[in-house]
Design a protein around this ligand. Structure first.
Ligand code: RFL
Ligand code: PHB
Length: 389
């Protein structure tokens, strides 16, 4: 087989790049390790920046998003069970859209059937080869048969645990990392959201987040210890802890019910540089991870997709062979600014195991400062709605 671009990984970034390239009549193939059912069973991001919404529109993947996405003009921040609002609309004249990553991925999968590109699900033992030459290729197994695809470029969209980054020699890669000493317990419940906007709560017993998917589906998160296990979390314990951490007025109106999904995720910041090695490129979680506190991971994956899509279009259509060489620098500039913001949100809102009463007071003072300072609010809003790309 031969194609122009092989995309390893059929998560949101791989599928979005695939759809954009297909629309630009650039030949491509996606290799995804799992079944579609498995990919769509993962509950992850919930908040889209305007730049991500615009890119999904460009990919013609916004039909349902337009109808079912919720525009949010602000968030609530809380400390000591008292909350105040950050009004994005009035501060920076931008908004975010609440629409689940699962639905984004479902919409993108729906479009793959219409494309002349190819998608292989359950592709096993995918291995990129020869990306330091002008004859790269990828081998994999499908339906028990070994296959080989010759191509011009290989794109690693295969997430943090994927194979692509691991095939790059260690001495060619620089890793910067921070592992946080806590995780997030996420719960999905068929109950009305506690508030019509997201609530990020700092509390002396740990962080909580109230989010949502739709009018009758809530998504909540609680900070947990790093070695915790979901088995330790009965629904009753979860709701009690959440109530304790939310602002008082929200806690009073919280509707509780059985959980329909419960999982624990670790939190880390991770950047691997550069994001291009010869004819191999890294995109999204394959290259970088941010803690979910600023709702940035998926959005950052989409800005990578945008830079790479632009570069590949120039390469194939405008005979600009140099454009792909700028991808890594462009993408990394935004990656580091977003890594900084996600680290800051995480550090300001969570309780650290060795946190003294001094540290707690500093966090509370920072949040109080945010309440009183429009300049501080503007900086938060500008980052939360997404830096331009
Ligand atoms: P993904 O989604 O991990 O997809 C990678 C795909 O590659 C496949 N794969 C392979 N395929 C072939 N061969 C191999 N060897 C392969 N190895 C892996 C996998 O099966 C998978 O289908 O990476 P991608 O596309 O870069 O997307 C990144 C996002 O998923 C991630 O950044 C976000 O979910 C992060 N995130 C959030 N981001 C936001 O923008 N806003 C949010 O509100 C937000 N909330 C979150 C989050 C992540 C969370 N968790 C669970 C880590 C909340 C949570 C709790
Ligand atoms: C979510 O709804 O899953 C969500 C929202 C905001 C975040 C992280 C996760 O910061």
């Amino acid at each position: 087989m031969r194609t122009q671009v092989v995309i390893i990984g059929g998560g949101p970034s791989g599928l979005l790049l695939f759809q954009l390239l297909c629309l630009a009549e650039i030949d491509c193939i996606v290799l995804e390790k799992h079944t579609i059912k498995h990919v769509l069973s993962r509950i992850r991001a919930g908040v889209l920046e305007q730049g991500s919404v615009d890119l999904l529109k460009k990919a013609k993947a916004n039909q349902r998003l337009k109808k079912e996405g919720f525009t949010h003009e602000g968030i609530l921040l809380s400390a000591k069970n008292y909350s105040f609002r950050i009004d994005f609309k009035s501060l920076v004249n931008k908004v975010v859209t609440v629409y689940g990553q699962t639905e984004v991925t479902r919409d993108l999968y729906g479009l793959t059937k219409k494309n002349n590109g190819k998608l292989f699900n359950s592709a096993k033992n995918v291995i990129p080869y020869n990306f330091n030459s002008d004859k790269p290729f990828v081998s994999f197994y499908h339906d028990g048969l070994e296959k080989k695809i010759n191509c011009d470029f290989i794109i690693g969209c295969d997430g943090f645990h994927g194979v692509t980054r691991k095939t790059i020699p260690k001495n060619q890669i620089k890793i910067s990392e921070r592992v946080y000493p806590f995780g997030w317990l996420g719960v999905l419940s068929k109950t009305p959201p506690v508030n019509n906007e997201l609530i990020y709560a700092n509390h002396e017993t740990g962080f909580a987040l109230a989010s949502m998917r739709n009018k009758n589906l809530s998504r909540y998160y609680l900070q947990t210890s790093i070695n915790d296990n979901v088995k330790n979390w009965t629904d009753k314990r979860f709701w009690n802890e959440l109530k304790k951490k939310l602002p008082n007025d929200a806690a009073q109106s919280l509707v509780i019910g059985p959980s329909v999904e419960k999982s624990i995720a670790p939190l880390r910041s991770f950047v691997s540089e550069p994001m291009k090695f010869g004819s191999l490129f890294l995109v999204g979680d394959a290259a970088h991870i941010v803690p979910p506190t600023g709702a940035k991971g998926l959005n950052l994956a989409f800005s990578d997709v945008y830079y790479l899509y632009q570069a590949l279009k120039k390469y194939f259509h405008n005979d600009d062979k140099n454009a792909v060489n700028y991808y890594s620098d462009f993408a990394l500039r935004r990656v580091w600014k977003t890594t900084r913001f996600s680290w800051w949100m995480t550090s300001t809102l969570h309780r650290f195991p060795d946190q003294s009463s001094f540290d707690q007071q500093i966090q509370e003072a920072e949040i109080e400062y945010l309440e009183g300072s429009l300049s501080a609010q503007k900086a938060l809003a500008e980052n939360y709605v997404g830096l331009p790309f």
